[in-house]
Design a protein around this ligand. Structure first.
Ligand code: TPP
Length: 674
């Protein structure tokens, strides 16, 4: 068996065969034991993966967090056993044989689809097809951005992806590949499992695309190889690595379920255990005469040598990294360390005080832009962008410079009209480390990035979505552009903080929270229309940090509590004033972040919400509001879609006014207006 190989060096044919067959056997055995899973893809791509890992992939199994490792993304996440087998064989910590035997079981490190954080070496959560490809574009972009800042000695790696027919059929693939081609991400190499099979059967049931032509049309370098010919695969990868100004697609023609005597080449191997007979037949055919889960010592030793193949490169890198300033070294993985947090805190306080003093009427999208302008210089790795709505979203400041094809010195990305790829790429950048991504579009188009937002939340990554034009308040663009159900839908997601600031001060506070929250993504829902400043009295404290707070408390008793978010807090405040003139004492609660408020202790929640009857007001549907209003509270908001008209007229038309809040409050306290 082979000792550690040098970069690109070929394995003896027999050795390669054994090593690849180890993957195949582990995949068959684990799926069989779990009685569920996908053996076909790992068996088909075992040769390609073996070539990649043994000859090219820069990684060090003992140091899975090496910032300059090549990233390996299994976009076809259903083939998770390919990844788990590789992690076990190469000796990643935590990926034991026991874990392979517990494939798909509760609390294992080997869930049905690879989940980020479950074991070192799982670079991203995949399974929703195409997402991994989108993540990889972000990773490859992050690599170039950081390379430009740190130099070749510290950041110089590739991003490899295994994607199947399914990934390439998904719409997100088009957005992602188009963006990668445009930006000339030469360090991105996609290995396409071109097995012509998906679940329903042969892919010609549903697709006739010439994938190579499609990628070429977007500026990719492409190649087509026999995925079971290690030398051909190696040559194609070597060629792809040499192309520096284009991403590469290598279509690897493979046989799904390779080795299974009756089922190989058919959809039957895609997502079901092969069965004992077929597995026995495959063992014979592959010449793998070992018990289930048994990997002969020499084969394992060869694989373990691969896991340590880059030990010298790792040490060399470490020596270079040690020469960096401590803060630069820290920011390579986490741009918001203690020091930067402190700076953000100070900057936000100053900004809040300025906002309060100036008391200007600003749309929160404009306040957000001002916040960004203040924070950009103090947060290394803060990378902004928008999906072709830069001016509308206020995501660009005069301090930014633009990332251009092949020029990664900038810090702002024109993602184009590719919301989904933007979100997936932001996940990839956040996963890569060293980057805090934020990106904008209209709130209504969270629908176009929802699958990636969901994964930001599931993976617990700090991705900041700047979603402007957050209600009917956007006005004339009409109901197609007016989100009504989106806040509710986003709030339904676990581990996603949805912020809807009421004015400039809250906007600064929400930005601070979004940046400080490491393991939760954030949505900033911002207005198009100008809002008066409500927080006229400066507080150093971040009042939004507890999700909701009492903005105005009557001196004596509380007759009614008016709860609102974002642009509607001003309506609650105006209603409270009017009510007071009529002898009704109303408290105003601003609730910029439901999730943070829900996580407060009961005592705080009770103190804020009080025991008086409640009125809620938000220019959106009432879904979820019962939780805060109780059974008898009244909600003022939208009951259906919006309409096209000037914003002020729309608020009147839909009855979302201070007057409506006042009437509701009067009804609740038993003093209806005469
Ligand atoms: C977005 C999304 N839609 C549907 C699925 C369900 N699904 C999993 S694998 C698959 C077919 C994938 O075909 P291919 O990429 O060719 O994989 P192979 O059959 O070669 O393993 C489908 C439809 C999914 N995981 N994600």
């Amino acid at each position: 068996m082979a000792e550690a190989l040098q970069q690109g060096e070929a394995l003896p044919e027999e050795t390669h065969k054994y090593m690849a067959n180890a993957i195949r056997a582990l995949a068959m055995d684990a799926v069989q034991k779990a009685d569920s899973g996908h053996p076909g893809m790992p068996m088909g791509m075992a040769d390609v993966a073996t070539v990649l890992f043994t000859r090219f992939l820069k990684f060090h199994a003992a140091h899975p967090g090496w910032p300059d490792r090549d990233r390996f993304v299994l976009s076809a996440g259903h083939g998770s056993m390919l990844l788990y087998a590789l992690l076990f064989l190469t000796g990643f910590p935590a990926m034991t044989l026991e874990e392979l035997k517990r494939f798909r079981q509760l609390h294992s490190r080997t869930p049905g689809h690879p989940e980020y954080g479950h074991a070192p070496g799982i670079e991203t959560t995949t399974g929703p097809l195409g997402q991994g490809l989108g993540n990889a574009v972000g990773m490859a972009l992050a690599e170039r951005l950081l390379n430009k800042r740190y130099g070749d000695e510290i950041v110089d790696h590739f991003t490899y992806v295994i994607a199947g027919d399914g990934c390439l059929m998904e719409g997100i693939s088009q957005e992602a590949l188009s963006l990668a081609g445009h930006l000339k991400l030469g360090r991105l190499i996609v290995l396409f499992d071109d097995n012509q099979i998906s679940i329903d059967g042969p892919t010609n049931l549903s697709v006739s695309d010439d994938q190579l032509e499609r990628f070429r049309a977007s500026g990719w370098h492409t190649a087509k190889v026999d995925g079971h010919d290690p030398e051909a695969v190696a040559l194609a990868i070597a060629n792809a690595r040499a192309v520096t100004d284009q991403p590469s697609l290598i279509a690897c023609r493979t046989v799904i379920g390779y080795g299974a005597p009756k089922k190989q080449g058919t959809a039957a191997t895609h997502g079901s255990p092969l069965g004992e007979d077929e597995i026995r037949g495959a063992r014979d055919r592959l010449g793998w005469h070992h018990a289930p889960f048994e990997v002969p010592k020499p084969v394992l030793a060869s694989w373990r040598a691969v896991g340590a193949r880059n030990a010298v490169a790792f040490e060399r890198w470490q020596a270079g990294a040690n020469r960096l300033e401590a803060s630069a070294r820290a920011h390579l993985t986490d741009p918001i360390d203690q020091d930067v947090r402190g700076k953000i805190g100070i900057a936000v306080k100053t900004l809040k005080s300025d906002f309060s003093r100036e008391a200007a009427k600003l749309a929160t999208r404009q306040s957000s832009q001002k916040v960004l302008e203040r924070l950009l210089p103090i947060i290394p790795g803060l990378i902004g962008g928008s999906a072709d709505l830069t001016g509308s979203n206020g995501t660009l400041t005069k301090l930014h410079t633009i990332v251009k094809p092949g020029d990664f010195s900038g810090n702002y990305i024109h993602y184009g009209v590719r919301e989904h790829a933007m979100a997936a790429a932001m996940n990839g950048m956040a996963l890569h480390g060293g980057i805090v991504p934020y990106g904008g579009t209209f709130l209504v188009f969270t629908d176009y990035c929802r699958p990636s937002i969901r994964l930001s939340a599931l993976m617990g990554k700090r991705v900041i979505y700047v979603m402007t034009h957050d209600s009917i308040g956007l006005g004339e663009d009409g109901p197609t552009h007016q989100p009504v159900e989106h806040l509710a839908a986003l709030r339904a997601s676990p581990n996603l903080n949805v912020y809807r600031p009421a004015d400039s001060v809250e906007c600064a506070e929400c930005w601070e929270l979004a940046l400080r929250t490491e393991a939760t993504p954030s949505i900033l829902a911002l207005t198009r229309q100008g809002l008066p400043l409500l927080r006229t009295v400066h507080t150093d404290d971040n009042l939004s940090a507890r999700g909701a707070y009492v903005l105005a408390e009557p001196k004596g008793r509380r007759d009614v509590t008016l709860i609102a978010t974002g642009s509607e807090v001003q309506l609650a405040a105006a209603a409270a004033k009017a009510l007071q003139a009529e002898g009704i004492e109303a408290a105003v609660v601003s609730m910029p972040c439901w999730e943070l408020f829900a996580s407060q202790d009961q005592g705080y929640q009770d103190a804020v919400l009080g025991t008086a009857p409640r009125v809620g007001v938000e220019a959106a549907v009432d879904f979820g509001w019962r939780k805060w209003l109780g059974p008898h509270g009244i909600f003022i908001g939208m009951r259906g879609f919006g309409a096209s008209a000037p914003a002020e007229e729309l608020y009147k038309h839909f009855g979302i006014t201070a007057g409506a809040v006042e009437i509701a409050a009067r009804d609740l306290v038993g003093k209806p207006k005469k």
